[in-house]
Design a protein around this ligand. Structure first.
Ligand code: ZN
Length: 418
């Protein structure tokens, strides 16, 4: 049955809980949950569900074999998964209704020299600290929404599964584990800082590593050598030519029209040579390509290679190596008119949030749900991503509260009530 719940009722219940919820956020920020050190915040999240909200949470183990998954993202600081869990909470499911996964992540990026990063404070309506925006604020928004529904005694017909994952910041391995363990639903909302806009599409990004090889020689006999840096210059010329085409082909792509440059090539790192008067025999560049859902990741990889091969430098074409071993986030786009998207947007508007539906020029865990589960997936959450990963990370508490009201209303509408 379609829920009769009003924004007014939901607001009162959220307001009743909001001081406690702000304390949850402060306590979560105080946990330095960088990669490999998530145990404390994971336990805290579970305790909040078990002891305060009153809906039991479970730890979900991540198998070590996840590293062999083709969608796994390798990174510099990989460490064993023993004792490092995701948290899963099943709520609702009291009758016949649509199911949904709501998800956010508990891991954060390091302090980066910010001394106050894990000393949360609340000043003039803003909560400060590492993870306030990315993504402990969004986590608390989801918790607060459910707490309000419990407060009101709302029995959701469809099931809502809350997932609080780790390793989002290194590519989404926590979310991947839950997906591989068979968790699914009819739709998914991934909570990140979208300023409470609804993003049913995300840009993709893939990192590349390009190595060119030459022939080392003393400077005085330069013409007998082959300079790997010069070969790299030739290769990069073609990669930047590719960028122009990529930009052109992606212009006015639906949901991304508002961005001036949603796709790009970034030449991020370069390394070559060891002596000023020696011709270097190797040069390495690492970079990234950002792309829209008009291309899939395999296509982008192939196109980078094809463009390097457009060079008529025969040495280069037989002396380079191009690999894509690190970040590999596919782009995705779901139908913005799907009811799961529309209901969320309507709930936000009903709660007086100036929310819009468009694509996000960033990538997060959402693409895994869209691609591997093939379900309507959207990103929605309080705050602006610009505050994330910075040394003045903060979140406007009011946005968490507003977002929780919209989310509670949405869950009642989408899942139905009994
Ligand atoms: Zn995040």
């Amino acid at each position: 049955m379609l829920s009769e719940l009003t924004c007014q009722e939901v607001s009162e219940a959220v307001d009743k809980w909001q001081d406690r919820a702000r304390q949850w956020l402060m306590d979560m920020i105080a946990c330095e949950s960088v990669q490999g050190n998530e145990q404390e915040v994971v336990k805290l999240a579970k305790d909040i569900w078990d002891q305060e909200i009153g809906v039991p949470a479970e730890y979900s183990e991540i198998p070590e074999s996840i590293v062999d998954d083709p969608e796994y993202t390798h990174n510099e600081n990989e460490c064993p998964y023993e004792g490092r869990y995701n948290v899963v909470v099943n709520a609702g499911g009291h009758g016949q209704g649509h199911s949904i996964i709501v998800q956010s992540h508990l891991d954060v990026v390091p302090a980066g020299g910010w001394e106050e990063a894990f000393t949360p404070k609340y000043v003039d309506g803003w909560v400060w600290g590492r993870g306030a925006t990315d993504c402990k604020g969004p986590c608390v928004m989801l918790m607060l929404a459910q707490a309000a529904l419990e407060e009101l005694g709302v029995k959701l017909a469809g099931r809502v599964q809350h997932q609080y994952v780790i390793e989002e910041e290194v590519g989404g391995n926590g979310a991947l584990a839950l997906i591989r363990q068979g968790h699914t639903a009819e739709a998914a909302v991934i909570s990140e800082g979208t300023n409470l806009n609804v993003f049913p599409a995300n840009r993709g990004a893939v990192w590349f590593k390009l190595r060119t090889f030459g022939k080392s020689m003393h400077m005085g006999r330069r013409i007998e050598g082959v300079n790997a840096i010069e070969k790299m210059m030739e290769a990069l010329h073609w990669i930047l030519e590719y960028e122009k085409v990529l930009v052109e082909e992606s212009r006015n792509y639906p949901l991304f029209e508002r961005y001036e440059a949603p796709v790009q090539v970034c030449i991020g790192m370069i390394h070559a040579g060891s002596w000023p008067s020696q011709i270097p025999d190797e040069c390495t560049v690492e970079g990234g390509v950002g792309f829209l859902p008009n291309k899939n990741i395999e296509q982008v990889k192939q196109e980078v290679r094809d463009w390097i091969n457009k060079s008529d430098d025969e040495w280069l074409k037989s002396h380079y190596e191009l690999t894509f071993d690190k970040l590999h986030n596919d782009a995705f786009a779901c139908d913005p008119n799907h009811p799961a998207v529309q209901y969320l947007h309507k709930a936000a508007l009903e709660c007086d949030i100036p929310s819009e539906i468009f694509g996000w020029n960033v990538s997060c865990d959402a693409r895994l749900y869209a691609k591997l589960l093939n379900i309507p997936t959207m990103v929605f959450g309080p705050s602006d991503l610009a505050y994330g990963h910075s040394s003045n990370e903060r979140i406007e508490w009011r946005q968490v509260v507003q977002g929780a009201k919209a989310m509670a209303l949405y869950l009642a509408r989408w899942c139905g009530t009994v």
